[in-house]
Design a protein around this ligand. Structure first.
Ligand SMILES: O=C(O)CCC(=O)C(=O)O
Length: 291
């Protein structure tokens, strides 16, 4: 029997308590539609090129393997717009422009985050304090200024995608859609065995969101389209795949709040966490504010 996927629940906005009790604690995805209404950053790609075109950006494949470093305007010229280059053998390149998340010199997006910091604010439904990743049990954190793991600008041409995966560090994430729209499919943690998870994340590069669904041999729990100004909350342990239906710009970051601390502790005690010592160590002693 084929069970149809559902759309993700949408709410215009909610309080921190409603978010913590109804979604963070219960590990349930959510799309918040009006939390960005006073952000002033829904710029088109020409505007991004005009302001930041000279900057070097990190260019990835359809998951998290770094392929190249080039200027933002070169990427936009080649891979966005009506006559975007189509890669025949392999995935469309994807700009995942992260701010610093380990102690190495790199083309991090820190200075760009500093330049855009006054154009947005922490979505008010997200907790201000009591974070375990970054480790900040007392001091409130502000994603416009403070570093978070996986904080990045995701810039992609139509058809670029992020293959099915589950986010690292037992962390939750938010994906804020600034421009364009994205197709999202999500599979609940209990529905994916470790073996199957490994198979799908290391699976073929010819794949599409539809091929990911086929490999899972079941319908996703949720299937939806994230539209401009909406924020998707991705709880830990959920496998998800994303495809840019148009040229697209999103802003994202990961976090662990004390509400989900038990899962994080379990992860820290597992051998898997050994692969992320650089990131985990970096955020154990976060340096406050823009630097
Ligand atoms: O927007 C995308 O392409 C991928 C987003 C995602 O998977 C994530 O933030 O974990």
């Amino acid at each position: 029997m084929v069970v149809a996927s559902m759309n993700i629940e949408r709410r215009p906005d909610l309080t921190q308590q409603e978010f913590i009790n109804g979604y963070l604690r219960s590990n349930v995805p959510l799309i918040v539609t009006a939390a960005t209404k006073d952000w002033n950053m829904s710029w088109d790609l020409e505007h991004w090129a005009e302001r930041f075109g000279e900057e070097p950006v990190q260019i990835y494949d359809d998951l998290f393997t770094l392929m190249d470093v080039d200027s933002l305007s070169s990427y936009l010229d080649r891979f966005t717009g009506e006559d975007a280059e189509q890669t025949l053998n392999g995935p469309q390149p994807y700009v995942r422009w992260y701010s610093k998340m380990k102690d190495v010199d790199f083309v991090w997006a820190d200075s760009v985050f500093e330049r855009i910091s006054r154009h947005w604010h922490r979505p008010r439904f997200l907790p201000e304090s009591n974070y375990l990743l970054p480790y900040s049990p007392e001091r409130p954190l502000d994603p416009t200024k403070d570093l978070f793991p996986g904080r990045g600008l995701f810039i992609s041409g139509k058809g670029a995608r992020t293959r099915l995966h589950c986010d690292p560090w037992a962390s939750d994430a938010v994906l804020c859609q600034l421009f364009g729209s994205k197709k999202i499919v999500m599979f609940s943690p209990g529905s994916v065995s470790e073996k199957q998870g490994h198979e799908v994340t290391s699976g073929g590069s010819d794949s599409s969101v539809e091929a990911d669904k086929d490999r899972m041999q079941r319908s996703p729990d949720f299937e939806d389209i994230l539209k401009p100004n909406e924020i998707l909350y991705i709880p830990h342990g959920w496998y998800h795949a994303v495809e840019s239906l148009t040229d697209s710009v999103s802003l994202t970051w990961n976090f662990v709040h004390q509400t989900t601390g038990v899962h994080y502790l379990r992860y820290l005690m597992s051998p898997e966490s050994g692969n992320s010592r650089d990131v985990l160590g970096f955020f154990l002693n976060p340096i406050p504010g823009i630097h």
